[in-house]
Ligand binder design. Structure first.
Ligand code: IPM
Ligand code: MG
Length: 379
């Protein structure tokens, strides 16, 4: 087997975290005897600095010639004052759209070693968080008509939120297929009590369920209620299917339930199994270049790549297991801070529980995961 990956480090902590994820990918390829070809390309602020545009044609061409894309993060204050069509984020939205990556899978679960990190009350966290946000990624308000114009003597900005049936049907199928491999429960999240696009979203998801997935339990929930239920009773969720904007918001909330936004990977998939893999967090310019960024979300994105694009679930599981192992021994500062902030962490501190994990940097965590992976895979 031979695979070709386009690597987009992006901005801020991007290069640091992608570096660790590549160590893990190389280890898997070495052990699995998989030929690995890497092609590094520019995206976001880094691309603006070098070429003047956030998404160079060469980057698109390389991605299209690859089996999968590994991405760090884009954006930073340096590019914040640029006009909206040449901002780093435009590069990210552009690559998703150019590659037809309409389905964004964002799994959120509490790793056993991080149980004390969740900001949830211990009683709620104990019931577990293990959910999958399936976010529509190439439609809705992110890609509708937009503008800012003079109306009655003042500026008026607008963004159109539009969903067509075929866009809803295909994301619904991804959600139902995912649910079939999980607990067979899907919550459709929308604002159908107010928005027309949401009404169509809800009806279409229900039709796909009735016609094609009779064995899946489908529940509807308004976005405001869903964001409340996520903190109040997250164990009720299995798969959440929703539009682009609501999915963006709910996935950050879901990430925080697990203890740190630095833990959540994502897969953005097209129709053919091709995928782009990236952490859901941003480029964290405040800690960039200091070697303290948490690489685990990017490493876990490699696990998603192995599972979804390359059909290697056993290697994906090994990477996840190696991550869990690393958490028992060493953690980046974000995870240690989250633990101090959480109620459970506060209580164990107050009662003088001995600290068993040590603080480590980005590189050390990457090395540790690689070492654990070798132990798991080389027997
Ligand atoms: C995400 C990010 C992006 C989004 C931004 C950077 C454009 O927040 O991947 O969740 O809104 O999709
Ligand atoms: Mg987001």
């Amino acid at each position: 087997m031979k695979i070709r990956i386009t690597v987009l480090e992006g901005d801020g902590i991007g290069p640091e975290i992608v570096g660790q994820a590549l160590k893990v990918l190389k280890t898997v390829c070495e052990i699995g005897n998989i030929g690995l070809e890497l092609d590094s390309q520019l995206l976001g602020g880094a691309a603006i600095d070098k070429t003047g545009a956030p998404l160079p044609a060469e980057t698109i061409a390389s991605c299209k010639a690859s089996d999968a894309v590994l991405l760090g993060a884009v954006g930073g204050p340096r590019w914040d004052s640029l006009p909206s069509d040449i901002r780093p984020e435009k590069g990210l939205l552009g690559i998703r759209s150019e590659l037809g990556l309409f389905a964004n899978l964002r799994p959120a679960r509490i790793f056993p070693a991080l149980r004390d990190n969740s900001p949830l009350k211990p009683g709620i966290a104990e019931k577990g968080v293990d959910l999958l946000v399936v976010r529509e990624l190439t439609g809705g308000i992110y890609f509708g008509r937009r503008g800012c114009e003079m109306v009655s003597g003042e500026l008026s900005g607008f963004d159109e939120m539009r969903y067509s049936e075929h866009e809803i049907e295909r994301i619904a199928r991804v959600a139902f297929d995912s649910a079939q491999r999980r607990r067979k429960h899907v919550t459709c999240v929308d604002k159908a009590n107010v928005l027309e696009s949401s009404r169509l979203f809800r009806q279409t998801v229900a039709r796909v369920a009735a016609n094609e997935y009779p064995d899946i339990a489908l529940q509807n929930m308004y976005i405001d209620n869903a964001s409340m239920q996520l903190v109040n009773n997250p164990s009720q969720f299995d798969v959440i299917v929703t539009g682009n904007l609501f999915g963006d918001i709910l996935s950050d909330e879901a990430a925080m339930l697990t203890g740190s936004i630095g833990m959540l990977p994502s897969a953005s998939l097209g129709a053919s199994g091709f995928g782009l893999y990236e952490p859901i967090h941003g480029s964290a310019p405040d800690i960039a270049g200091r070697g303290v960024a948490n690489p685990l979300a990017t490493i876990l994105s490699v696990a998603l790549m192995l599972k979804h694009t390359f059909g290697l679930p056993e290697y994906a599981r090994a990477v996840e297991e190696a991550v869990e192992k690393s958490l028992q021994t060493l953690r980046t500062p974000d995870l240690l801070e989250a633990q101090e902030r959480s109620l459970a962490g506060y209580i164990s501190e107050a009662f003088g529980a001995k600290k068993t994990v040590i603080q480590a940097g980005t590189d050390e965590v990457g090395d540790y995961v690689v070492q654990e992976l070798r132990t798991l895979l080389v027997r």
